[in-house]
Ligand binder design. Sequence first.
Ligand code: XIL
Length: 318
Amino acid sequence: QKADLQTLRQAPFPIGAAVVPSTLKSNANYRNIVTTEMSSISGENAMKMNSISRGRKSYFWDDADYLVNFAAENKLRVHGHTLIWYKHTPTWVASFSGTKDDWKTILKEYIQDVVGRYKGKVASWDVVNEIINDDGSLRDCIWLQKIGPEYIELSFRYAHEADPAALLFYNDYGQEWSHARRKAAYHLADSLVKNNVPIHGLGLQMHTNVARSVNDIRYAITAAAVTGLKVHVSELDVAVNPDKKLTAFNETVAQQQKERYRAAAKAMLDIPENQRFGITMWGVHDPSSWLSPNPDWALPFNNLFEKKPAYDGLLEGL
Ligand code: XIL
């Protein structure tokens, strides 16, 4: 450990977590970790389209507003996750019928209503999420079907119009294990940049596990930085039980997990400072992980809200 860091909040780039409004309200231990250790939050689900959009021009803002207000009170950055995704699309969208121009209009309305509401309050957005398949081709989704590949750049342009200061990301998974995916992601990012599309960063979800090599983590972060864009490790978790045989967390997997958290922190520190957007963990403590109750013990705090070796790994990497 180079710097004498006591908490994740002192890290040289923002470290954060995906959070759930109802848990922030009801669980003081959970809330305490978020306010004392984290510098940034993402909504685990609260800002997805099917959470916010109840119909055309009809919105449910309570949960997203709660996160934005909570962040302001506690001096946390908010990363907006996610405007457009092939999943979590509201049923009214799935059954919407209209011309290509109508589809562009509803895309624009949604993006600009959300980004506009949180202008100056949500620092950054995942504009599109998981738009590439494992073989590198564009993933099928309703927007691709109705608008064509142009939906991607349109989404960035609409978001940028609504909040020119917000940093805009393309977020995807598997860049630490699939070369095809990685290549396709960089290619897409490069072509957006060349076409003057306002994209500022790449999100690497990094849902990984102890069966995968430590080097893959480092490589994915370093290689993403070559694009010149900001790099966000956006949904980090390290499952220790990928084959579902473990019945209890143990010291061996604890150390393997620690090494991977350390590698992520170190790799982020090693890229140019202006490209370090940060690391967001996908949950706060083991039971709040989306992988629970498998269980996978994937996060740096345990069920008793105690720091695990993974937590020390993060600090050691910095
Ligand atoms: C997950 C949430 O954690 C779950 O609670 C929800 O049921 C499904 O979505 N990639 C993403 C995230 O971009 O939005 C996903 O979050 C996990 C995978």
